[in-house]
Design a protein around this ligand. Structure first.
Ligand SMILES: NC(=O)c1ccc[n+]([C@@H]2O[C@H](COP(=O)([O-])OP(=O)(O)OC[C@H]3O[C@@H](n4cnc5c(N)ncnc54)[C@H](OP(=O)(O)O)[C@@H]3O)[C@@H](O)[C@H]2O)c1
Length: 266
């Protein structure tokens, strides 16, 4: 049994990489979890791993898992509402709860230079990372508006800071779109109890980049990168580049460097 005061986080794209590690680190901080992705077997293994690692045992930690493809809009609403109902509790016996935080994290990094035959990959990235994020934000805000409270976290990327060339062009544009969705919502909700954070990760080891031929010297481990993400989320920062070094100062350079200098850097 969990108490009414236990807080609950819903994470999409929780089957690997940053999403799975956010689940581990947030569980260690005492949160109950609602986890979704397409690979349900991975989510079930992750649930077992987190429960086994919990010193208080599986009687106090609650983790619900559901299969979700964020490109299936009907399924997004169905899954989010299903999690809301899982954690609804009961107002009559004082166990009323809800979903306290939703992390829109699912994403992929396929891409090719525009006009080189890679439209399918670019479209898949655009649909999953931007249209999928819009659908998740709609479903999340439906829950938060009904509750009157909540914390929406959108995972963008440092690549959102500036248009990027070649195989990164579409990906960077989707992540700029995600950041603008979050900023628009934050503008609307300023001063209200529903909070919105946008997170701009730099290079963090995950499945997405494990096959990248040239690993960046700026790449950090999944644990370290996600620790920085979780710290920013817990502080309900409006926006955060993570890890802060070197990415916070780099964001200024990325946004404002003249193009010839920027091209040398990236
Ligand atoms: N790692 C980095 O350096 C970095 C930097 C900046 C931003 N990010 C962002 O961080 C987020 C997580 O990426 P990651 O690095 O952790 O990569 P990852 O290990 O490949 O994880 C991606 C996650 O997204 C899920 N996903 C992909 N397509 C989906 C779909 N159609 N429906 C539902 N879930 C889907 C995957 O689950 P299933 O395949 O099981 O569905 C997986 O759990 C992404 O939004 C990415 O753009 C990562």
């Amino acid at each position: 049994m969990t108490s009414a005061s236990t807080r609950t986080v819903l994470i999409t794209g929780a089957s690997s990489g940053l999403g799975a590690e956010m689940a581990r680190q947030l569980a260690a901080r005492g949160y109950d979890l609602a986890l979704c992705a397409r690979r349900l077997d991975r989510l079930e293994k992750l649930r077992a791993e987190i429960l086994a690692a919990d010193p208080s045992g599986s009687t106090t930690r609650r983790i619900e898992v559901r299969e979700l493809d964020v490109n299936d809009a009907d399924q997004v609403f169905e899954v989010f509402r299903g999690f809301r109902d899982d954690f609804a509790g009961d107002v009559t016996d004082g166990t009323a709860r809800g979903i306290d935080r939703i992390v829109i994290n699912a994403g992929l990094g396929k891409g090719a230079p525009l006009g080189t035959g890679g439209y399918a990959a670019n479209r898949e990235t655009a649909m999953t990372n931007f249209v999928g994020a819009l659908t998740q934000a709609e479903a999340a805000m439906e829950i938060f508006r009904a509750q009157g409270t909540g914390h929406l976290v959108m995972i963008s990327s440092m690549s959102a800071m500036r248009g990027l060339p070649k195989s990164m062009t579409t990906y960077a544009a989707t992540k700029a779109g995600v950041a603008h969705l979050a900023e628009g919502l934050r503008n609307e909700l300023h001063g209200k109890p529903i909070k919105v954070s946008v997170i701009y990760p730099g290079y963090i080891a995950s499945e997405m980049n494990e096959h990248v031929a040239q690993q960046s010297p700026l790449m950090v481990s999944t644990e370290k990168g996600v620790h920085a993400i979780v710290e920013a989320i817990e502080k309900e920062k409006a926006s955060a580049c993570v890890p802060p070094l070197p990415w916070a100062p780099m964001s200024v350079l990325m946004k404002h460097a003249p193009l010839p200098l920027f091209k040398k850097l990236m």
